[in-house]
Design a protein around this ligand. Structure first.
Ligand code: ADP
Ligand code: MG
Ligand code: MG
Length: 931
């Protein structure tokens, strides 16, 4: 407060800029990078950035600006005027500006930019006299009115006209009327006089629709535009986008005021958008789109089909269009040199915006380009190989969600090749998707809520469609290029998307579209191949794409070279185990023996298990167990074999036995018969097994304590399979895991059973040693705080974070549906603790267990086998607290490998580790139990 002048405005232009690229928080992404481009000597029209602090202050202070602001803006404007040799509002040599929003994180299409600010009837005449180009000046003027009345006078003013009644649409209708009357195909066909007439029509329309005249005073226009940008930060669309992307409201947006340069001055002028590499595939060539005699958003708005920027970027759809490379060689050459310079400077793929005014090139924006998963992986691998980035940087270039895209399905190529393509568009978002056709964002949301998979089909999309696009499996548009709204948004999300499928004709009213003579009605199935841009009728079969992708494989190897955590999988069958091996799993972290009693082929073993369950005496039970033994053994053996050379953690029987008692009478009769008892007797025995709270009832280690023979049987199966596999020259490595332990004595009891079966099996097979570990699941809070005592009998711990979360919170996993959604909606909890480890609570139990366990046994191997083991933030936490491995479902293994690598890099980059580091020791698989 004591500070007389706080700096709210930063100048850029000519040879100097007050900002730089790492000032994004203050200047927004656009402002910081405009400054940076000036700093490295690129041609950028002069301007200034009003900081994000102003936005925050504006909303804190009842929409009032800091009082220093006005003078600072005036001073900066004077500097801009000097640099450009023109004066804002001047009646002889007027300067025009654009007013551009620029948040920290790019929010495509969310905030509105207004061009040609400063034009009125007087400055217009001056500009005509100066440029001798009346058509261009009138065109700019009508654009200003169109944009300004929509963004400033309607949206920022909070007006919400009904669908189709907005001022923008009404003005567009006037434009179309004029085009029709003059027989003009495109707006570039309208003459200066046409446009002049149109401007007057626009002005009276604005007054009629909005009840206010269009502001003539340039300064009023400027302030109106600046306020509109700040207003739009709290606009509905911006808020909705921030919610989806988790961007805090208090970040604020900056505003950039920049001298206009004109791409609409004729055929030697142009505007365009480009990427230093192809953002859809990651291929390393300059990629972009441009339009001659155009301004601003024309390229991305899908009004005219944009041209490819160069020859290499041409596809079969765009081969006939002129490239900038051949159309304006000197400007292209300069642009190409600049894009190389920029990529070298930023070490990343950039998205750039440029305008050419009468052959002179200007840079208007650059930022790190959005890319989909496959492109992110390819670019990370390529740039690492090109030595542009380190392996750590390469790893950080791919987000877990992007990797996920590669794990998503593609159409089975064998089927695709035989299927007729109904239409082809531009491949804007890769992967494939099938769904039922809907024609509005609202329908997409509603159908998806009912569990339907939908494809959103639109003429083109706009920011109002965001929620619908989010809900859809894929998006198909009739218009727009690779940088259109639909393409940008879909690419950011990694969603399958096809744009510019020009022959798609939509009848919104009757809810169908046609392509040629094919009619597709609402609700019909379509399949899209977003990597090729091809559309098929019906629902085609999908396969996974990752395995055949060499870049994916290389990228995973880079992750492996960085990460320290091992990654295992949770698998219950030899097939799952094999699949997980293909995804790079380094063992099984959880093999649930009970799995064999569910589903396919389970009838026989289940019957034997049931016999065992309802047995009344140890003899009866032992007999049943003997019958069950061969099934258990072959199941275990198959899995150990599939994971040959890697550890397999086998959990002893865990669920409460009552779960397995048959409900159907015919089954009960059969069971009673095989035991030689009456149905009544059987019903009585089953009744006794009933529990009122089975989750906390007779399960896990408790079963092994009341019925030691059950543990014995399982352990024998494990050891015998191991010995047999060894005899076959294999390298099995079982880890016997006792679940639901809360007291060290429970584990001691089971440990002794294991030890005695071990000696028996060694003797029976005449072997001296069978490699294995004995350990326990840590899933009860008491176990965490007595982990030192438990570690006396455990060579490893594996966190069962599902139960640990359940018991730590006291949230019954089966009943959370009743209240957890409310907890999340009301932000009582930031995230579902059953998905991401609650680090400040449940995580503290884990830290206690790690610390206490390792205090007794410093080579204690510790992993996690709960659902959390494949969730990126949880994986990072596991790394921080010194676990040896995480284990997750097979298809999440690559994500866990990446997240584990991210954890290492984040740790390197952060000065203070958040959690006290727990001593970690490399373990060999055959670590011995300490005395
Ligand atoms: P967005 O945040 O949507 O990218 P921009 O602020 O980049 O919006 O503005 C959109 C387009 O308007 C730019 O791509 C550019 O073509 C045009 N534009 C913005 N400022 C200027 C300017 N000073 N001169 C010429 N064109 C401009
Ligand atoms: Mg835009
Ligand atoms: Mg832009």
């Amino acid at each position: 407060m004591a500070q007389a002048t706080h700096k709210y405005v930063y100048y850029f232009g000519g040879k100097h800029a007050e900002g730089k690229t790492d000032m994004k928080e203050l200047l927004g992404g656009k402002g910081a990078n405009l400054a940076e481009m000036v700093n490295i000597g690129l041609p950028v029209p002069a301007g200034f950035t009003i900081t994000t602090e102003v936005c925050t202050a504006y909303y804190k202070n009842k929409k009032k600006y800091p009082k220093e602001l006005e003078k600072q803006i005036k001073d900066a404007l004077t500097e801009v005027e000097k640099e450009m040799g023109a004066k804002f509002g001047d009646k002889i040599n007027p300067l025009l500006v654009s007013v551009r929003s620029g948040a920290r994180a790019s929010m495509p299409g969310m905030m509105e930019t207004i061009l040609n600010v400063g034009l009125n009837n007087e400055t217009r005449e001056a500009l005509i006299a100066k440029t001798k180009n009346p058509r261009f000046v009138y065109d700019s003027h009508r654009r200003l009115i169109q944009m300004y009345s929509d963004v400033v006078m309607e949206k920022a003013a909070g007006l919400e006209p009904e669908e189709g009644k907005g001022v923008r649409q009404q003005l567009e209708a006037e434009l179309n009327k004029m085009k029709e009357a003059r027989g003009a195909k495109s707006d570039t066909d309208l003459t200066a006089d046409d446009l002049k007439e149109l401007i007057e029509i626009y002005k009276s329309k604005v007054k009629q629709v909005l009840g206010k005249p269009f502001p003539e005073d340039p300064m009023a226009q400027l302030w109106g535009a600046i306020s509109a940008v700040f207003q739009s930060w709290m606009g509905k669309r911006a808020i909705s986008y921030r919610r989806i992307e988790n961007i805090p409201d208090d970040w604020g947006t900056a505003v950039n005021v920049q001298s206009m340069v004109f791409g609409n001055m004729g055929d030697t002028s142009a505007t365009g958008v480009a990427f230093t590499r192809n953002p859809a595939t990651g291929e390393n060539y300059f990629y972009g789109e441009w339009l001659p005699n155009a301004q601003g958003e024309d390229v991305v708005a899908g009004i005219r089909t944009p041209n490819p920027i160069n020859e290499i970027g041409k596809s079969e759809h765009t081969a006939h269009l002129p490239s900038l490379e051949t159309g304006m060689p000197p400007a292209y050459k300069q642009l190409n040199a600049i894009q190389h310079k920029l990529e070298k400077h930023y070490h990343d793929m950039l998205d750039i915006e440029f305008t050419i005014q009468e052959t002179k090139l200007y840079m208007l924006q650059c930022r790190v380009g959005k890319r989909n998963g496959p492109a992110a992986v390819k670019m990370a691998v390529d740039m690492f190989k090109e030595k542009i980035i380190t392996k750590e940087e390469a790893v950080m270039r791919v987000q877990p969600s992007q990797l996920d895209e590669l794990l998503h399905p593609i159409i089975d190529p064998a089927v695709e090749i035989k299927t007729k393509i109904i239409v082809k568009g531009l491949p804007a978002g890769p992967g494939s998707a099938a769904g039922q056709v809907v024609f509005s964002a609202n329908d997409a949301v509603a159908w998806a809520k009912n569990g339907k998979k939908v494809i959103l089909v639109r003429e083109e999309t706009n920011p109002e469609d965001i929620e619908g696009m989010r809900s859809a499996q894929a998006i198909l548009t009739g218009r727009g290029g690779m940088t259109s709204h639909a393409a940008l948004v879909a690419r950011g999300w990694g969603k399958c998307c096809i744009v510019g499928a020009g022959t798609v004709k939509i009848n919104l009213h009757e809810k169908y579209f046609t392509v040629g003579d094919v009619i597709v009605k609402e609700g019909e199935w379509l399949t899209l191949n977003g990597s090729k841009g091809t559309v098929y009728l019906g629902q085609l079969p999908m396969i996974k794409a990752a395995e055949e992708n060499p870049d994916f494989q290389t990228f995973m190897k880079i992750c492996d070279a960085v990460r320290k955590l091992k990654v295992r999988t949770n698998a219950d069958t030899p097939e799952d185990a094999a699949r997980a091996r293909a995804f790079g799993a380094e063992g099984i972290g959880l093999f649930r023996t009970e799995h064999m009693f569910y589903g396919k082929n389970s009838e026989e073993p289940l019957f034997k298990l049931r016999k065992m369950i309802v047995s009344n005496s140890e003899t009866e039970r032992r007999n049943a167990l003997n019958e069950l033994f061969p099934f258990v053994k072959s199941d275990i053996k198959g899995t150990l074999e599939a994971m040959d050379g890697y550890p397999v953690t086998i959990r002893t029987l865990d669920p409460p036995l009552h779960e397995f008692v048959p409900n159907r009478e015919d089954e009960r009769i059969k069971l009673a018969g095989s035991l030689g008892i009456s149905l009544n007797e059987l019903n009585e025995r089953a009744e006794k097994l009933h529990e009122s709270n089975p989750m906390m009832g007779h399960r896990g280690v408790r079963l092994g304590i009341t019925y030691p023979e059950i543990t014995e049987m399982q352990v024998r199966a494990i050891f015998e399979s191991t010995v047999e596999l060894m005899a076959e020259g294999k390298k099995p490595f079982p880890e016997i895991m006792i679940p639901v332990v809360s007291h060290a004595n429970e584990l001691k009891h089971q440990y002794e059973i294991v030890a005695s079966v071990y000696s028996e099996v060694c003797e029976k097979f005449g072997v001296k040693k069978i490699p294995h570990l004995v350990g326990t699941m840590i899933e009860i809070p008491r176990a965490c705080f007595t982990a030192d005592k438990i570690a006396e009998y455990a060579q490893f711990f594996s966190f069962g974070t599902n139960d640990l979360t359940q018991m730590g919170f006291g949230f019954s996993r089966d009943d959370i549906g009743g209240f957890l959604p409310d907890y999340l909606a009301k932000k009582i909890l930031p995230v579902d603790p059953f998905q991401a480890i609650d680090q400040e609570g449940i995580g503290q139990f884990m830290i206690a267990a790690v610390t206490k366990g390792r205090a007794i046994r410093n080579d204690l191997k510790i992993g996690i086998c709960g659902e959390h083991g494949g969730e990126p933030s949880s994986v990072e936490f596991c790394h921080k607290i010194g676990l040896n491995y995480v284990s997750c479902s097979p298809f999440r293994v690559p994500i866990a490998r990446l997240a584990a690598a991210h954890a290492v890099v984040k740790e390197m980059n952060s000065t203070k580790p958040v959690v006290k580091k727990v001593v970690k020791k490399k373990l060999r698989n055959n670590s011995k139990r300490k005395k």
